[in-house]
Design a protein around this ligand. Structure first.
Ligand code: CA
Length: 469
């Protein structure tokens, strides 16, 4: 038996800002994603996958290192990943895996910030461009003509075709799309041309009944979108309500066109695995670095611990261990990806990794003591979209958020503290998080329990509580 048949290949496809409510496998009301659905239908759809910090660079650092951001020191968009840290690609590479990353990196460049642990890396500088992107090909800058989502897939396929077939591979194929400014491929501009995309239930949120953070955030479709985002001039003579609706259609259609390119390209990768007879022994994952507001609460963007941005899509196919068409509702985190891949590859997870392998969940089991709560922290106080720094806990039913609202001298955060505030949600009665029940006497007992649980999780993660001076 050759090495290849003993250890699984890993194809990890990740996009940027693709919310699960724009994936038909997750019941999207606004689009179809037949190729992402192929992964779900051939494997498992995880319904409760959450990120520990809903922003690009930090989530990527957590995925690679299996540690929280206060540990890997990538707390904000201004952080760089120290390439000397232990990552799962590095550990797989040491075990004779062929490793590669193509596409979005966004963890810094030069010195110790270049990708490490990869035999081949060809990545976009920073956010990268949608068209004719410059890429850093093993340290050399080159321009690749074409649409970036196609190019990332072309380069991924090129690397797969040229690999050593006697050894297993681990490929991270990371899309820039559908990140802002949502520039579609011209050939998909006709999609959704003649229809109106439905608006979400909370489209006209007035931000009452919550802490002031939601009201203060600057990510409103009606007020904060730029001409660059909208790409066309706002028609004259519209009422405020009509203008908001027009902007939403402009935004969501471009976003969904970017998603359609990703989906088409995932089909190309899946076809390749089928043609080469690799599907059976290859773990295929599709996920995104976090979720996104798709008009929910009247917003675009992410950052908040609210459901739409906290939740990550995560579908996983591995015919050798996952029964086709299965669904899992247990709580998994981006923190767990590294230990899970190492476990599947038969490589020990180092103690410093804070996540837990969910391979037992893939096989339909549930380990005793599996987590029923998770810890979240967003550090970028008042940066970019004016969101307050916060941390919190989510259980299967409840969520407690503490807006400590202080930059704490973290690079990428503002030095402008605001009075701390709390929110609490009963996700069963209020799944859209429109009405905080913090300090509601009816929830006093639950609030006390959640406060204890938040302290416990924070201490377990090795993070420090915010103390008001
Ligand atoms: Ca992102």
């Amino acid at each position: 038996m050759s090495d290849q048949t003993q250890r699984p290949n890993i194809l990890f496809i990740m996009s940027d800002d693709h919310a699960s409510h724009a994936i038909s496998a997750y019941g999207s009301q606004i689009n179809q994603t037949p190729n992402i659905d192929r992964i779900a239908e051939g494997g498992m759809r995880f319904n409760n996958c959450f990120c520990t910090n809903s922003i690009c660079t930090p989530s990527r650092a957590t995925i690679l290192t299996g540690t929280h951001n206060h540990v890997n020191n990538v707390t904000t968009l201004s952080s760089r990943l120290d390439g000397r840290l232990t990552t799962f690609p590095k550990l797989l590479q040491a075990e004779r895996y062929q490793t590669a990353i193509v596409g979005k990196w966004h963890l810094g460049h030069g010195g110790h910030a270049d990708p490490t642990g990869f035999d081949y890396w060809n990545v976009l500088p920073g956010q990268g461009l949608y068209h004719d992107p410059e890429m850093i090909d093993m340290g050399e800058k080159r321009v690749f003509p074409g649409y970036t989502t196609d190019i990332i897939t072309d380069l991924s396929l090129d690397w797969l075709k040229a690999r050593d077939t006697d050894r297993p591979f681990m490929l991270m194929s990371h899309h820039k799309a559908p990140h802002r400014p949502w520039d579609p491929d011209e050939k998909l501009m006709h999609l959704y041309e003649d229809i109106d995309i439905p608006e979400p239930e909370t489209f006209n949120d007035d931000y009452s009944n919550r802490a002031s953070a939601a009201r203060e955030a600057k990510m409103r479709i009606d007020r904060d979108m730029t001409p660059r985002d909208l790409k066309f001039p706002v028609p004259e003579g519209l009422t405020a309500e009509e203008e908001k609706k027009w902007k939403y259609q402009r935004y969501i259609k471009d976003y969904l066109r970017c998603v359609a390119s990703i989906d088409n390209n995932i089909g190309r990768l899946l076809d390749y695995l089928d043609q080469e007879g690799l599907a059976e022994n290859t773990i295929v994952v599709y996920t995104s670095d976090q979720g996104f507001f798709l008009g929910d609460h009247g917003w675009y963007d992410k950052r908040f611990m609210y459901e739409e941005s906290l939740r990550m899509p995560y579908v996983m196919r591995y015919p050798r261990e996952i029964e086709a068409g299965t669904i899992n509702d247990d709580m998994i985190l981006n923190l767990d990806f590294a230990p899970t891949f190492l476990d599947c590859a038969g490589v020990d997870t180092p103690n410093e990794m804070q996540g837990t392998s969910f391979r037992p969940l893939m096989r339909g089991g549930l380990p005793q003591g599996w987590r029923t709560s998770m810890y979240y922290r967003y550090w970028m106080h008042l940066a970019h979209h004016n969101v307050y720094a916060h941390y919190g806990v989510r259980t299967h039913r409840y969520k407690l958020i503490y807006y400590y609202a202080d930059g704490l001298d973290t690079p990428g955060s503002a030095d402008d503290p605001r009075p701390p505030e709390w929110e609490m949600f009963d996700l069963e009665k209020d799944p859209c998080e429109m009405n905080s029940v913090y300090d509601d006497p009816a929830y006093a007992q639950i609030q006390a329990e959640l406060t204890v649980e938040l302290d416990r999780l924070q201490a377990e993660a090795g993070d420090q509580p915010y103390i008001v001076e």
